[in-house]
Structures are given as structure tokens and as C-alpha cells.
Design a protein around this ligand. Structure first.
Ligand SMILES: [Zn+2]
Length: 300
């Protein structure tokens, strides 16, 4: 689309800004009062009629800025619209839904277990993916959350949210967070097939931009390997019947993942997601044992 400008606000997460003919689109506003001020200023600079904030998924670090002054600071007369997928919208609106899905516990603030305070954010528009929104193409990227969406900008950049992570994040966390790792793996394989076709460069929320035709494929491949390693480690930890918590502890240890409580909870939830999806694939059996359930890898 001619007459559109595409820019990136650096950070973790990075925010994508697309401005076209009186409308500004901001993908993943991020978090913090400083980011809220920075984005309000950037949006105002375009003097838009309408500002559309697209939240790719319900994690607080991607959306809190909206509740930390961003919406309030927009000039009067600018129509502000917050958009999210129908599936993830409940987690954007409601902190308990968000924390229950993310951590596996309905945590209430203030809690020392939370990395970010889960602020409620209104959703005005529930979007469909695949689909489009103004000059943007929306693509489904489920796995990290059930309803995560990616956004292809008019310059061919795919903002891929947390479908994949840069090297720094992968090497720090060892086990990348995905609510359903099997589904995340399918999404990564789809991204690999589509590189250079439906998008020309990929921009993760947490990591550097990578061009298709080499760097993008390398980044996707590194993420495929990290998810496959996680699934393999879970299967090995379940060679003898064990509870989900035992398998999570074993997986964290084997992968040398960080042991701060919040991170351990996130990875434990990823391991539970792995058990559920490997069970659905027939690779792991669930066995009642006394008052609990144990999991055991199915022998081929
Ligand atoms: Zn996320």
C-alpha cells in the first residue's frame, strides 16, 4: 500500500507502527509508563483520525502500556480502538483469566510470583485470523497462547509476536514458553514454509528482525530445535511413571533452565502443555496412581 510508513519502536517487546492515510496501527504497545508516553507521542505525531492498537496475545508485557497512560494521553478527537483475537480477548480484558492461563494459577496482584502486574485492558474489536485489518494482514500463530496472531505490514514485515524468540531469549530461558508446545511447533513449521512468500522479513517481539532467505529461516530453525528439545526432554523424564511436577522439575534440571519461581512456574506450565499434547498424540500415557495422575512415555 503506497503512502504507508512502517517503523519499529525498539524494546522487549518491540512495537510495530504502521501509519496510512490518517490511521495509525500500533502492534503490541508493550509495558511501562515510559513506553506509554513514548508511543502516545509517536502516534500523536502522525495526527491520525483513528489509532488502532493490536494486541497479538494476552501477556501483560505486550499490552500493559495501554492501561499505563497510553490511551489517556492520546489527543482528544482521535478515535482509539483496541483489537485482539476473539480467543485471546478474554485474557486481555481479565487479569484472572490471564494469570490462570499463563501460569496455571489464578494469581492476583500484588503477588511476588508475578513478573508484571496484570492490568485489565478493554478490547473494542475482536479480529479474525486469517483476515485483514486496514492495510494489515492478520495471520494465526497459535501455541504460545491459544489465539496469538501475527501481523504482516505493507512492507512485507511479519510481526511474529512470541511465536519465536531471538537467540538471547532462547539461551537465557532454555525452554521457550508456549502454552501448547506441539501447536507452537506446527506454527513454526508453517512460518518456515511461508518465509519469502507471505512475508519478506520476520520481527519477533523479543529479538532482532531477520530477513527471509537466510537469517529468518535460521531463527525459525533455532526455535524449532528448542521446542523439539523440550518435547524430547519431557518424554525422557516420563520414561518411568512420574507426576507432572516431577517431570517439570526433571526437565528444568536437564535443560539448566533458570530457577526463579516465576520462570519455573512458566516452564512448568509449558511442560504441562507438552504432556497434554503428547498425550493427544499417543506418545505419553496418563495413569491414575493413588490420588494423583502419573505420566509415562509410550514405548514404540
Ligand atoms: Zn507472550
Amino acid at each position: 500500500v503506497s503512502g504507508c510508513s512502517v517503523s519499529l519502536v525498539r524494546g522487549s517487546p518491540a512495537s510495530l507502527i504502521v501509519s496510512c492515510e490518517g490511521e495509525v496501527y500500533v502492534v503490541d504497545p508493550g509495558h511501562g509508563a515510559k513506553r506509554a508516553r513514548q508511543l502516545a507521542k509517536a502516534v500523536s505525531g502522525f495526527e491520525p483520525r483513528r489509532a488502532v492498537f493490536i494486541v497479538t496475545h494476552y501477556h501483560s508485557d505486550h499490552l500493559n502500556a495501554l492501561a499505563e497512560g497510553l490511551l489517556e494521553r492520546l489527543p482528544g478527537g482521535v478515535e482509539a480502538v483496541v483489537a485482539a483475537s476473539a480467543v485471546d480477548a478474554a485474557g486481555v480484558r481479565d487479569p484472572l483469566v490471564r494469570t490462570a492461563l499463563t501460569f496455571g494459577y489464578p494469581l492476583r496482584p500484588p503477588s511476588s510470583l508475578l513478573l508484571y502486574e496484570p492490568l485489565p485492558v478493554r478490547v473494542d474489536l475482536e479480529v479474525e485470523a486469517p483476515g485483514s485489518l486496514g492495510p494489515l494482514t492478520l495471520t494465526p500463530l497459535p501455541g504460545h497462547t491459544p489465539g496469538q496472531i501475527g501481523v504482516v505490514a505493507p512492507d512485507g514485515t511479519l510481526y511474529a509476536a512470541d511465536a519465536l524468540f531471538g537467540d538471547k531469549v532462547l539461551s537465557r530461558y532454555k525452554a521457550p514458553y508456549h502454552l501448547d508446545p506441539c501447536l507452537a511447533l506446527e506454527t513454526l513449521k508453517k512460518l518456515m514454509e511461508e518465509a519469502g512468500r507471505t512475508y519478506q522479513a520476520i520481527q519477533p517481539s523479543h529479538g532482532p528482525r531477520a530477513e527471509a532467505g537466510g537469517p529468518a529461516e535460521e531463527m525459525i530453525q533455532a526455535n524449532i530445535q528448542a521446542v523439539e528439545r523440550l518435547l524430547e526432554t519431557v518424554k525422557q523424564a516420563a520414561e518411568k511413571p512420574a507426576t507432572a511436577e516431577q517431570i517439570a522439575a526433571e526437565t528444568l534440571k536437564k535443560l539448566q533452565a533458570p530457577t526463579e519461581p516465576s520462570i519455573a512456574m512458566l516452564i512448568t506450565n509449558t511442560v504441562k502443555g507438552a504432556l497434554a499434547c503428547l498425550h493427544a498424540q499417543g506418545q505419553i500415557q496418563a495413569q491414575p496412581q493413588g490420588p494423583t495422575i502419573t505420566w509415562k512415555t509410550t514405548k514404540p
